[in-house]
Design a protein around this ligand. Structure first.
Ligand code: F6R
Length: 241
């Protein structure tokens, strides 16, 4: 695991962008694994800016996302599909047919999990972007999730629902379940960049880097992946020894 500590959020985004740009420019048909949440927003803004400046093109890029809320369709403003269009896809030259998210509003959720898992494994990401939950989750693999897990439905913990309530009008509107790539599915990526900012992530970052590999902190599994770059600001790194 390579750990890069920078001053602030902007520099976290810039570092991540540089790595993504290098990959996009060195592959004919690059595949990006993408995340939602607050952490990657500045990265996505940087990608948009670079695309507008013709510094980088996404026209040959395919993408898949980590997760989606169960019960929300792709046009629901709090769905991750909507988030991705608003924060990235609508503003860059990517072919939106090549962008993939799990569908949270289907009748047969297990069939959707299986479909999505096969899709991801058929096109392993050249780079997977990850954030981290304050409880150490990656995607929505909450503490206790098996390291062998494939794409599955998960009941969100109280803490994750509270953390994400800021995006909803009312706390009770936060869905109770999500469809998430499993830990084994995430690890098929060739390279992983995990970004974290602010003191609210300091414990999780300390545990992920210095703790034992244990399902109590799902992100510790990244110690087993051969190519992981952790990019953190000073606050998120504040508990590292
Ligand atoms: C999002 C995701 C989550 C977030 C994590 C951190 O697709 O899978 O694991 O990366 O909850 O969220 P933020 O960035 O909002 O702190």
């Amino acid at each position: 695991m390579q750990v890069i500590i920078v001053e602030n959020k902007k520099q976290v985004a810039e570092k991540a962008f540089e790595i993504i740009k290098d990959t996009i420019q060195s592959k004919a048909n690059p595949v990006l694994g993408l995340a939602t949440g607050s952490t990657p927003i500045e990265l996505y803004q940087r990608m948009i800016q670079a695309n507008e400046a013709k510094e980088v093109s996404f026209k040959d890029v395919s993408s898949y996302n980590l997760d989606e809320y169960v019960g929300l369709n792709k046009d629901h403003p709090q769905s991750y599909a909507y988030f991705m269009r608003e924060n990235l896809f609508n503003h860059i030259d990517i072919n939106q047919e090549n962008t993939h998210l799990p569908q949270g509003d289907v009748a047969d959720l297990q069939a959707e999990c299986d479909r999505y898992d096969s899709l991801v494994k058929s096109m392993p990401a050249d780079i997977q972007v990850l954030g981290i939950g304050s409880n150490g989750h990656i995607a929505f693999n909450e503490p206790g999730s098996s390291f062998e897990s494939t794409t599955h439905i998960i009941k969100l913990t109280k803490q994750t629902r509270e953390d994400n309530a800021r995006f909803f009008d009312k706390a009770e509107d936060v869905p109770t379940h999500a469809i998430t790539m499993g830990i084994a599915t995430i690890l098929v990526a060739k390279k992983i960049i995990l970004m974290a900012t602010s003191t609210s992530k300091a414990d999780a970052i300390q545990q992920m880097i210095e703790g034992n590999v244990d399902t109590d902190c799902p992100a510790t599994v990244l110690q087993n992946h051969p190519d992981v770059i952790v990019i953190v600001d000073k606050e998120a790194a504040s508990k590292l020894g």
